[in-house]
Design a protein around this ligand. Sequence first.
Ligand code: PLP
Length: 363
Amino acid sequence: MKSRIYLDHAATTPVSDAARAAVVKALGLTGNPSSVHGGGRAANALLESARDAVAHFAGVAAENIVFTSGGTEAIALAANGARLSGPVRPRLLVGATEHSAVLQARDHAQLLPVDGDGLIDLAALAAALKDCPALVAVQAANNETGVIQPLEKVAALVREAGGLLLVDAVQAAGKMALPDADFIALSAHKLGGPPGVGALIVRDPESLIAIQRGGGQERGHRGGTPNLPGIAGFAAAVAESHDWTAVAARRIALETRLKAGGALIHGEAAPRLPTISSIGLGGVAASTQVMMLDLDGFMVSAGAACSSGKVKSSHVLAAMGLGPAAGEAIRVSLSPATTDAEIDAFAAAWLAMAARLGRKGAA
Ligand code: PLP
């Protein structure tokens, strides 16, 4: 069988050896962290040492970590549980290129526009914050383009207006420094940990009420027996470090080759993650590109894949003003394990596809 090359690490990336070992070890423990007997105490000790590891990674105290079932739940918890003062949820302002986990977290969020490179419109944010304080959700880096938002400027505006800042750092975590924010969402399966576990970093635990109450776990912020094997794997994954400079160099080399064959790199002028490239081929539907590359043995994704596996036109690229080209881009995402040979093979396959199919591209 033809070997297959995985270039979809932004969707999920392999569980690292250390994370796998930590999961297996934790599965061998019998005890609920809430139980007072020896088994419970051992489980609780593992839970708290994992919390310390994630807190160390995030540069915060252990009490600022709330473990969740992943990035989506961490975002939903902050979007619905954040409180400025009093019992009422603050207004929610969200960037137009946010992940659907943010866009769908609440009804009636106000969208903030982005420019042609996907960067948040700071003037629009300042204007929207004038009316009354709000919870503002702006991602650290985009999952389709890798574009990194100017979070220091965003945070300054939010602070000045007396609001709260929620940052979806699911793609950025482990690849760049975490921002200064009131709430930061993380997900283990994007950084070498197992799926189904994540965390919300909460600057002031008093500013968050539980959405899922139950048995009062996570200091009352998230009821339910914690996923201890997952959390142990998450903690092992965040302790690992990688050479992102080499990954960025590979991504840039790939983009240079593909541009010579007619590719458009979306968000190219903005600061971007080392790992993600949004590659457009004019006149060719993203779904066609993904299928052709899959037949050639390359696993990449279209900008946005919904849970049914169908390819939709990208709301991210549409918000960047791309028009019909929003449905003509694929996402290629690398990991530290991606090799030069894999990049070479992919570039050759993409250029051959573009020569066959591209109308505005490399005809
Ligand atoms: N936010 C971003 C930017 C993502 O890329 C993802 C996953 O694709 C999520 C949130 C959701 O994370 P999870 O899969 O852990 O629920």
